[in-house]
Design a protein around this ligand. Sequence first.
Ligand SMILES: CC(C)(COP(=O)(O)OP(=O)(O)OC[C@H]1O[C@@H](n2cnc3c(N)ncnc32)[C@H](O)[C@@H]1OP(=O)(O)O)[C@@H](O)C(=O)NCCC(=O)NCCS
Length: 179
Amino acid sequence: MCPFEKPYKEITRFTMYKDLNKLPADEPLPFGYRVEPWFPSLLPAFAAALAVSVSDSPDIEVYPKLASKDGCVDLLKEIADAPGFLSGVSWLGFFKREPCTVLMASLDQVKQEGIIKIIGVAPRHRRMAIGSRILIRALWALRDRKITRAVLRVNRECRGAVQFFRAMGFQVTDSQVYN
Ligand SMILES: CC(C)(COP(=O)(O)OP(=O)(O)OC[C@H]1O[C@@H](n2cnc3c(N)ncnc32)[C@H](O)[C@@H]1OP(=O)(O)O)[C@@H](O)C(=O)NCCC(=O)NCCS
């Protein structure tokens, strides 16, 4: 089971979808930023990027493991070890040598949909199009694998994230209570 389906307290998550037939151009990250695909030896750097990216998110009260780097190591391992994990669509972004953004994706092997498991950008790097460019890159990579739809589930209390996903063309199709 996905670690995000076991919240510490009751939450409502939106399910959001995007068709991948029309995508914006895959533009390079701004100067100074670069991404590396998932590789097991990069797990500590992925965890550092995740921990800082969610440090101000309501999700840390819901998923206590997100509040520490060790907890993020556990969560990322669970995602990477689960069936359908797409290592080639999961990236760690650096600004110079600083891990500052992360995206993890997998495949729903029944529905053949790409799942954006998590995306985060460190607070001091936000609103500079880092999140949108890494997400668009992931959507293109899903489309390259003949996947036609992407899905994600987001805590509705993460209002900035919900607005970000709407701005990226994702539409809410459902909401579900998890407890
Ligand atoms: C959501 C998140 C990944 C966005 O990353 P980002 O790099 O700041 O996003 P971008 O700069 O690419 O934003 C693209 C557009 O999305 C919208 N957007 C992004 N953040 C927003 C916010 N907090 N409030 C409203 N709209 C927002 C805007 O339309 C923005 O375009 P603009 O800056 O030209 O107005 C980042 O805020 C984050 O890491 N949040 C904490 C972790 C989290 O909640 N992750 C999602 C759940 S897994």
